[in-house]
Design a protein around this ligand. Structure first.
Ligand SMILES: Cc1cc2nc3c(=O)[nH]c(=O)nc-3n(C[C@H](O)[C@H](O)[C@H](O)COP(=O)(O)OP(=O)(O)OC[C@H]3O[C@@H](n4cnc5c(N)ncnc54)[C@H](O)[C@@H]3O)c2cc1C
Length: 475
C-alpha cells in the first residue's frame, strides 16, 4: 500500500521536531517490550515416545502420542474404530482456537487429496478432504472451473476450511461450506457414511460445519462455477467516510472489504467486480512493507496518539492505489508471511456498523495496537453451526503480531462483539462455552445430540471441544 518504513520515518522526523516530544517519555516508550509471556516460535519439546505439534501461529501446542496419516479409507476407518486414544483431525493447522490440540492422536487426511471426479453436466467435483484450497483451485482451473469466492489465503485444506465456516467477503456470497453437495464421513465406530441433503438432511446440515466433532471427513462433493476474471480497485480513504458508505459500497460491488489501520484514522478499501476483456495482471502485494511501517509508527510514536495519527496521515498515500484485473484466484487470495493471532466475530449485518464504530474507537485508544483490522460481508446459509446461519453478517477481525500480547481481545473487544449479537469464527480466538452457543445457535442442541449419537464416548473431544459442547473431559 506504499507506506514504507522510510516514508513513515521521514514524515515522523519532520513532525517530531515540530512537536518537541519530551525526551524521557520518548525513550521510555521506545524501550517498551511488547513480547507476550510464553511466546515461542519453536515446536514444543516432546517427551520420548511422543510427537510435537503446533498451529500456524504457535499459540496452540501439543505433544500427542501419535501423529497419524492413514493412507486408505479402510485404514482410516480401522484406525478410528480401534484407537484406544482420543483423536483430533487436523488440516493445515491454520486455526487459532484450540480445535486441534490433543495428547492422544492428531490425525490428518493428507493422503486423501486431489480431484477424484468431475461431472461436466452439474459442475460438481469430488475432492479428497485433505486437498488444500490452492490445490483445489489449480485442479479446477484445468477444467475451466472455480469456486465463487475464497478466503484471504489458500493454504487451508477443504476439510479445515469447511469445518470452521471459513469465508471470504461479498454481500451476496456465502461462506465456502455452502459449496458442499455431499461428504464421506468416518464415525467413531469406524462406519463410513456417504451423506448428502437427500440421504440424510440433518447430518448434512450438521456436518458441513462440524469442527471435527462428528468424525473424520475423507471426501467432499462440491459445486463449482465457470472460471471468471475480476477487476480490483484498492483505495486509501478516511475511516469515517468508509464506514458511512460501507452498506452502500457492500451492495454495489461483488466483493467489498476494508482494513482499518489502528491509530491512523485511515482505511484501505478493496472492491472486486466481474471483468471481461483484457487483463492487466495482479501487482505484487506490499502488505509486509506496510505492516513494517505501521509497526515502526507504533514503536516510535505510539505514546502520542495525536502525533501518530498526524505522521500516518502525512505519510500514507490516499485515493486509488491499484486498478488491476486478473483471474479470481490471483486477486481474491494472497499470502500472509508475517504471523499473527486473530479474533473474528460475525455480527448480524444490521448490528455490524454500530459494533465497528465502537471497535475502531477502542482500538484507537490502544497505544500498542498496530495490526490492521479486517471488515467483511458474508451472505447467509443453512448449516446448523454456520455463524452465518439465517442472516447476512458483517465480520470484524482483529489481529496482534504473533509474539505480542492479545489478552485485550477478550477484555476490550469480545464484549463489544457479543453485545451486538456476534458469533465467533470457530477457527479463531474466543472464550465462549456451551451455554453461549445454545443462545446463539437455534440448532446447537440438535447438533450436540447428533454428536453424542455418533460419538457417545467422546473419542473426538479435546479440552476445547469439551467446553464448547459442555462435556467433562478426563484426559
Ligand atoms: C493466515 C491466515 C489467514 C486466514 N484467513 C481466513 C479468511 O480469510 N477467512 C476465514 O474465514 N478464515 C481464515 N483463516 C482461518 C482458517 O481458514 C480456518 O481456521 C481453517 O479452519 C483452517 O483450515 P486448516 O486446513 O488449517 O484446518 P485446521 O485448523 O487444522 O482444522 C480446523 C478444523 O477442521 C477440522 N478438520 C480438519 N480436517 C478434518 C477432517 N478430515 N475431518 C473432520 N474435521 C477436520 C479440525 O478438527 C478443526 O476442528 C485464516 C487463518 C490464517 C492462519
Amino acid at each position: 500500500m506504499g507506506v514504507s518504513r522510510r516514508r513513515l520515518l521521514q514524515a515522523g522526523a519532520a513532525a517530531s521536531v515540530a512537536a518537541a516530544i519530551p525526551i524521557g517519555q520518548h525513550v521510555a516508550w521506545s524501550m517498551k517490550d511488547f513480547e507476550r509471556d510464553g511466546y515461542s516460535p519453536d515446536y514444543p519439546d516432546a517427551p520420548p515416545g511422543e510427537e510435537s505439534w503446533m498451529n500456524w501461529s504457535g499459540a496452540q501446542r501439543a505433544t500427542p502420542k501419535q501423529l497419524a496419516s492413514p493412507k486408505t479409507l479402510d485404514e482410516l476407518a480401522e484406525f478410528v474404530r480401534t484407537s484406544p486414544d482420543r483423536i483430533r483431525p487436523r488440516g493445515s493447522g491454520h486455526s487459532f482456537s484450540g480445535l486441534v490440540p490433543s495428547e492422544g492422536t492428531i490425525l490428518d487426511v493428507s493422503y486423501f487429496s486431489g480431484l477424484k471426479a468431475y461431472d461436466e453436466t452439474s459442475g460438481i467435483a469430488t475432492f479428497g478432504a485433505g486437498t488444500t484450497l490452492f490445490q483445489t483451485a489449480g485442479a479446477l482451473q484445468a477444467q475451466g472451473r472455480t469456486f465463487p469466492n475464497l478466503p484471504d489465503i489458500v493454504d487451508q485444506t477443504l476439510a479445515g476450511s469447511f469445518s470452521t465456516a471459513t469465508h471470504g467477503t461479498g454481500a451476496t456470497l456465502t461462506a465456502l461450506h455452502d459449496y458442499i453437495r455431499g461428504f464421506r464421513l468416518v464415525t467413531a465406530n469406524g462406519d463410513v457414511l456417504d451423506v448428502n441433503a437427500q440421504s440424510n438432511p440433518d447430518l448434512f446440515a450438521a456436518g458441513k460445519v462440524s469442527i471435527g466433532a462428528l468424525g473424520v471427513i475423507a471426501e467432499y462433493d462440491v459445486q463449482t462455477i465457470p472460471a471468471f476474471n475480476l477487476r480490483r480497485i484498492l483505495k486509501v480513504e478516511a475511516i469515517d467516510d468508509v464506514m458511512d458508505a460501507a452498506e452502500a459500497t457492500a451492495d454495489a460491488h461483488r466483493n467489498f472489504e476494508f482494513f482499518y489501520l489502528p491509530g491512523t484514522g485511515v482505511a484501505a478499501t478493496l472492491t472486486h467486480d466481474l471483468h471481461e476483456g483484457e487483463i492487466t495482471g495482479a501487482v505484487p502485494s506490499e502488505d509486509d512493507e506496510t505492516l513494517a511501517g505501521l509497526k515502526q509508527l507504533r514503536d516510535t510514536f505510539g505514546w502520542w496518539p495525536w502525533l501518530r495519527r498526524r505522521v500516518a496521515q502525512s505519510a500514507l498515500p490516499s485515493g486509488t492505489l491499484e486498478d488491476v484485473s486478473d483471474a479470481s484466484l490471483e486477486l481474491l487470495a494472497t499470502t500472509r508471511p508475517i504471523k499473527f493471532n486473530e479474533m473474528e466475530y460475525h455480527m448480524p449485518r444490521a448490528e455490524g456498523l454500530a459494533a465497528l464504530r465502537k471497535v475502531v474507537s477502542k482500538m484507537d485508544r490502544r497505544k500498542d495496537a498496530y495490526f490492521p483490522m479486517e471488515v467483511r460481508f458474508v451472505a447467509p446459509d443453512n448449516a446448523w453451526l454456520s455463524p452465518f446461519h439465517a442472516g447476512p453478517c458483517l465480520s470484524i477481525a482483529i489481529h496482534a503480531a504473533v509474539d505480542e500480547r492479545f489478552d485485550y481481545f477478550f477484555s476490550d473487544f469480545e464484549p463489544i462483539f457479543r453485545s451486538h449479537g456476534g458469533r465467533p469464527h470457530w477457527g479463531k480466538w474466543h472464550s465462549l462455552k456451551r451455554a453461549d452457543f445454545e443462545t446463539l445457535y437455534p440448532a446447537f442442541n440438535d447438533f450436540n445430540e447428533l454428536r453424542r449419537t455418533f460419538d457417545p464416548d467422546g473419542k473426538f473431544l479435546n479440552p476445547h471441544l469439551a467446553e464448547v459442547f459442555g462435556e467433562t473431559f478426563n484426559a
